[in-house]
Design a protein around this ligand. Structure first.
Ligand code: UD1
Ligand code: CA
Length: 484
C-alpha cells in the first residue's frame, strides 16, 4: 500500500455553501459528531499522504481554527476569491511547493463537502490510478439523478474524453448518468502544468479543475475513471436536505458496523450514534436513543428507550432507560432511570442505582448504593451500600458557593431529607424522615432534625363544627368507643 502513498491530498473547502442558508460555513456543519470537512480529512488520513492541505476561503479563520482543533497536522492554503475548483487546487499546490514540497508523486483532490467518502474508496482510486499508469483518474459514479453534476463523457470505445459541467452540457450530454464525484488522483507534475492552461471561457467564468482531464488527454496522456461501488458514498452536501440524507446514510453505516460486531439495535430508524461511540458485544440499544461523543456501552448493557447519552461510559450489564446523561460513568450492573438526569461528574459504582426522577451532578455513589426516587444529589460523595430516602436534596449551594456533602457506607437516610452542605454523615448512621441535616452525624447515630409533632385534641369539632371532617371524626370516635 505504501507504493500508492500519495505525495499530497488537497481538500477543497473554500466555497461559501450559500444553499445551506446558514451563518455556519458549510464544511463546519456536522453529522454523526464530526464536521463535514472533518470526515473528509479523516478519510484522507487513511491514505497516509505526505502532505495534507485544506484550501480555505469563505470564513477561513473559523474553518482554520476548527481544523487546528480536529487535526493539528493539517495545513491550510488560502483562496481569497472563489474562482473555481481548478484555481482552488492551484492555491493548494502553491502553498505546498512554497514550502519546498516535491509533488512528483500522486496528488489526490477531494471536496470538503462529501462526508460519506471512505478511505477504502480513496485507496481503490489510487490503486486504479497507479495500475493503469494514468495522468489523471477521476472517481465517477452512476447516479439516478445527475442534475447539477459534471458528466463523464466517453468515446465510442468507452475511453473517458472529458468532463462537462451541467451548465455547459448539451442535451445529449445531460442524459449521461455517469458523473464526476469531484475526487481525483493526478500525476502531481502533470497536474501543475495543466492547471496553468485552464481557461475561464465557460458559463461560470471559473477555472474548472475538470478541464484538466481534457487538457491532459489532448496532450496525449492516459486518462481514466474508477467507478465507485456505491454512488451514495460520493453524495455532495449543498443544502440541508442533503445534510439530513448524509446523516441518515452515515448513521445506518455506523449502526450496521455495530450490529455486525454483536450489538443489538432494536430500531435502527430511531437510533442515532456518533462516529466516536464504542460498544462491547451484546450491548442492547432500545428505540429512540442518541449516543453521542465519547460514549461507550459495555457488554450486555441495555440503553434506552428514549435516552440521550453524551460522553458517558456505561458498564457491563448496566441498565439505563429514559435517561439524559452527560459526562457520566455508570458502573457494571448499575441501574439508571426511568427518568434520570446524570450531569457531568456523576459516577455510579457497581450495582448502584439512580432511579426515577433523580438528578445527579458532580457526585459519586459507591457500590450497591441506591438513590431510588425523586432526589437531587449534587456535589456529594456517598459510600457503599447506602440507601438515600425518597425526595432527598443535597443542598449544595448557599447562593454564592457550592459545598460538598459526604455520606458514609451502609447508611439509611430517611425520606424527605435536606443535607445542607458542607456536612458529613458517618458510616452506618441513620437519619429520620423529614430531617434537615445541618450538623455532622457521627457513625452509627440516628439524627432527628425536625419539629416535634403535637396533636391538639378536638380541634376540628371546635373550629369546624358541622363539617364533613367533624362528622367523620365523631363517627370514628363512637366506633372506637363501641369496640372497647
Ligand atoms: C463540482 C464539479 C462537478 C462535480 C461536483 C461533485 C467542477 C468545476 N465541478 O461541482 O464536476 O460533479 O463538484 O460534487 O469542479 N471550491 C473551492 N473554491 C472554489 C470553488 C469551489 O474551494 O473556487 C470547493 C467548494 O468549497 C466545494 C468543492 O470545491 O467543497 C466543490 O465546489 P462546488 O461549488 O460545490 O462544485 P459543484 O458545482 O458541486
Ligand atoms: Ca458541490
Amino acid at each position: 500500500m505504501s507504493a500508492n502513498r500519495p505525495a499530497a491530498v488537497v481538500v477543497l473547502a473554500a466555497g461559501e455553501g450559500t444553499r445551506m442558508k446558514s451563518a455556519t460555513p458549510k464544511v463546519l456543519h456536522a453529522i454523526c459528531g464530526r464536521s463535514l470537512v472533518g470526515h473528509v480529512v479523516a478519510a484522507s488520513r487513511d491514505l497516509s499522504p505526505e502532505h495534507l492541505v485544506v484550501v480555505v476561503g469563505h470564513a477561513r479563520e473559523q474553518v482554520q481554527a476548527h481544523l487546528a482543533d480536529v487535526d493539528p497536522s493539517v495545513r491550510t492554503a488560502v483562496q481569497h476569491e472563489q474562482n473555481g475548483t481548478g484555481h482552488a487546487v492551484r492555491m493548494g499546490l502553491e502553498e505546498l511547493s512554497a514550502d519546498g514540497a516535491a509533488l512528483d508523486g500522486t496528488v489526490v483532490v477531494v471536496c470538503g463537502d462529501t462526508p460519506l467518502l471512505t478511505g477504502e474508496t480513496l485507496r481503490k482510486l489510487s490503486e486504479t490510478h497507479a495500475a493503469e499508469g494514468n495522468a489523471v483518474t477521476v472517481l465517477s459514479a452512476e447516479v439516478p439523478d445527475s442534475t447539477g453534476y459534471g458528466r463523464i463523457v466517453r468515446d465510442a470505445g468507452g475511453a473517458v474524453t472529458a468532463i462537462v459541467e451541467h451548465k455547459d452540457a448539451t442535451d445529449s450530454q445531460r442524459a449521461i448518468r455517469e458523473i464526476n464525484s469531484g475526487v481525483f488522483a493526478f500525476d502531481g507534475r502533470l497536474l501543475t502544468d495543466a492547471l496553468g492552461k485552464v481557461r475561464t471561457d465557460n458559463s461560470q467564468g471559473e477555472e474548472y479543475l475538470t478541464d484538466v482531464l481534457g487538457i491532459l488527454r489532448e496532450a496525449g496522456h492516459r486518462v481514466g475513471a474508477a467507478v465507485a461501488d456505491d454512488h451514495r458514498e460520493i453524495l455532495g452536501i449543498n443544502n440541508r436536505v442533503q445534510l439530513a440524507q448524509a446523516r441518515r446514510l452515515l448513521n445506518d453505516r455506523l449502526l450496521e458496523l455495530a450490529m455486525l460486531a454483536g450489538v443489538t439495535v432494536v430500531d435502527p430508524a430511531t437510533t442515532w450514534i456518533d462516529v466516536s461511540v464504542e460498544f462491547e458485544p451484546d450491548a442492547v440499544v432500545q428505540p429512540g436513543t442518541q449516543l453521542l461523543g465519547a460514549t461507550r456501552v459495555g457488554a450486555g448493557a441495555e440503553v434506552g428507550p428514549n435516552s440521550r447519552l453524551s460522553d458517558t461510559v456505561v458498564g457491563a450489564d448496566a441498565v439505563v432507560s429514559f435517561t439524559v446523561a452527560d459526562g457520566a460513568r455508570v458502573g457494571d450492573g448499575a441501574s439508571v432511570g426511568p427518568y434520570a438526569y446524570l450531569r457531568p461528574g456523576s459516577e455510579l459504582g457497581p450495582r448502584a442505582k439512580a432511579g426515577t426522577y433523580v438528578e445527579m451532578k458532580n457526585a459519586s455513589i459507591g457500590e450497591g448504593t441506591k438513590v431510588p426516587h425523586l432526589s437531587y444529589v449534587g456535589d456529594a460523595t456517598i459510600g457503599e451500600f447506602t440507601n438515600i430516602g425518597a425526595a432527598s436534596v443535597f443542598v449544595n449551594y448557599d447562593g454564592e458557593a457550592k459545598h460538598h456533602t459526604t455520606v458514609g457506607s451502609h447508611c439509611k437516610t430517611g425520606s424527605d431529607n435536606m443535607f445542607v452542605a458542607p456536612v458529613t454523615i458517618g458510616d452506618g448512621a441513620y437519619t429520620a424522615a423529614g430531617s434537615v441535616i445541618t450538623k455532622d452525624v457521627p457513625p452509627g447515630s440516628l439524627a432527628v432534625a425536625r419539629g416535634q409533632q403535637r396533636n391538639i385534641e378536638g380541634w376540628v369539632a371546635r373550629k369546624r363544627p358541622g363539617s364533613a371532617a367533624a362528622q367523620a371524626a365523631s363517627t370514628a370516635r363512637q366506633e372506637s368507643e363501641g369496640e372497647r
